[in-house]
Every structure is written in C-alpha cells, then in structure tokens.
Design a protein. Sequence first.
Length: 427
Amino acid sequence: MRKIALISEHASPLALIGGTDSGGQNVYVAQLAKQLARLGYEVDIFTRRDSSTQEAVVDWVPNVRVIHVPAGPAHFIPKEAMLPYMEQFGRFVIRFARRQKIPYDLMHANFFMSGMVAQQVKHILGIPFVMTFHALGRVRRLNQKDADAFPDIRFDIEERLMQDADSIIAECPQDQQDMETLYGAPSEHIDVVPCGFDPDEFWPVTLDARQQLGIGRDEFVVLQLGRIVPRKGIDNVIRAAAILQQHEVPVRLLVVGGNSELPDPAATPELGRLMRLADELGIADAVTFTGQRQRGLLRYYYSAANVFVTTPWYEPFGITPVEAMACGTPVVGTAVGGIKTTVVDGETGYLVPPHDPQALAERLLWLQRHPHIAQRLGWAGMRRAYQQFTWRTVATRIADVYERVAQPSPAYATGTRSVAAEVGLRT
C-alpha cells in the first residue's frame, strides 16, 4: 500500500464550501483523498490549524487522516497572509513524517505555499512531490491587477517549484500553456488531469427540487453558485438578469455561497456590493442571496435551475460547471481557463466573453425561449460529465502519475510514537 501526504495549507477537506477561501481546492483535496483510499492508498492530509478547538488528528474516512498543523495563530487568516508561516508548517511535517511507522512514498502539494512545504520536506527527507497549483500568480495578477494581495515573490516561488517538482498536474490545457509560456515549465513534467464530480453527490433531482427550495414552477431560474469574491464576476450575472427583466422574462437569480449560513455582508464583503448593485438596477426582488449551503443540498439547486451560469474573469478549472452538468443543467460560462474545456459551446452549453453581460443575457434569453434546446444541452452535459469527469476517473489518472514518480521508500522512519506524541511536538 502506498502512503501519500496531501499538503493543502489553506484548503481543508473538512471546511464548509462557499466561503471566501473555501471552494474548489477543498473539494479537490477531499474527493481525491477519498478516491485514493478506495484505490488502496493510505492518505494523510496536512492543513493549517485555524481553530483552537480542532482535533490535532482526525480519522476522517477509512485510510484517510486530516492532520491540523500548528503554523501561525489558531484562527482564520486569509491565504494571502499565510506565507510567513510556511517554514513552520514544513518543520512540523518533517518531524511528523520522521515518526511514522510507514514512511510516505510521495507528497502531493496543492497551491504554491504547499509546494514550498513539499520543497522543504524533499530537501531534508528526499520524498518526491507532485504539484497542483490550482491558480497561478502571474495569471491572477494579469486579471486582478491591484486587487491581487499576494506579494510579487510568489512568481519566483512558482517558477522554482515548476523546476523542482517531480511532476506537475495541470487542470486543463490552458493551465499547461500558462505554465510553459509564463514560467518556462518543462512540458515533459506536466500531465493534464481535470477536476471532477462525485456521482454519489450529484444527479438530476427531477421531481421535487423546486418544491424542496420553495421556487415557483413558472420562474426562469438562473443559478450562480460558489465563492462570493470579485473575480467570479457575479456582478456580470446580476446585470444580465436586469436585461432579462427588460425583456419581461420572469427571471429568478439564485446566488448561493458566502461565509455564513444567512447572507451577511459583514461576513462576506463582496455580498454587500452585489446587493447594492441589484438594488441600483431595480431587480433586488428577482435576486435571492441564499448564503452558504451544505453540499448535500447543492444538487437540488443545480436541478431546480433552468441554467447554471459561471462568469469568472479567470478560472484554473472550475468544478461547479461539472457539478451542474452532472445534474442535467445546461451551463453558460465565460471562455476562460478550464471552462473552455468542460463546456462544449453549442453542445453542453454556451461560452461567452468575460465582462460582457449583454452577451450573457442573449444566451440566457435564447435558452428561455427555446426550452427544448436547453434540455438537449443539459442531457448532453450530463453524458459528458459521467464519461470524463468523475472523481474516480480523476483519481485513477493521478494515481498513474504517482506510480511513475514514487521511489522506494526512504529509510527515515525512526521508531514508533503515538499520534498524540507526533502532533504534540514543539513548533
């Protein structure tokens, strides 16, 4: 049995999804770990402790543990402020690894700061590592400009990681192209493996989805679901909904996500801006901000929608379009990043330019006026999701990368200590 260390400094698999810093990476780490365990791997997930009440080690599912690493204060801090704590994080992982009965065969780092940890561990213990960036600093800066709060040193760190990693997983062809052109990443070290969805979580709820959510049957429901942050372009969707109202479409825009169960601008600052925009455009009564929702409810939202919309400025992959497709809902998304790969324009949905509410509104209006086409796109999307994007398929492909990279286990396991002793080490 291979033993894998998944490193994900800010994105815990145990976090509720939809907050400012909890989204696709959390889902990726959680689902990958579960599927790897089903394939026979033993998985430890290292993530930063952000609460004093968290257990040091959580036996989460069979063969998967979550290790809460004491690095920095034991409360939430935004990922942009975590960089100074990565050396401390790495020292802890090294000490923890040295006290394992069964040593780690390899590490899989998620996000550039986790890559820094993996570099540190590899330097001391010789464990190879696979790297998934989930977002690239130079791409982020090109799109967010002054709104990007990460320091410029991120660019150099990422460039070194692309040379030091034993293998790199790009989430879509655009991701690979950006690595090669913006960072000089060696193409022979890159494998393109997409993200996915869990068929046990997402399927079409055909009969009672709207009844369950209290949505009228005659409303044209547009769904936006995910993190409530500026780069997701949710203002674009609100402006498009206003255009639909001008065409007398009975539109209902559902905006699902946020840092709290109830929509609270104090907890989710971007929410306040979006609420004001809806009010200024005179469509506040047609926009429902739901707040954060448990993952077990999300299939009802996807299934209740006539169309799922995702219009980010950039998106390394984008898991939510695949989840919507799995529920048989057509997707209209911006022609950026991974969305260009998951959504086949004119076959499973439509692609539109970013920052273009008029183009978005035209596609939504077309689907509202041609429900038979919307249904055809939705069913085609579901077939595509099941054929190419299940987490089981994703994990199998990533396991192939692991087997190529993994070396004979280094002899660094020195003695056996209890888990309590391992995590009680001084940092």
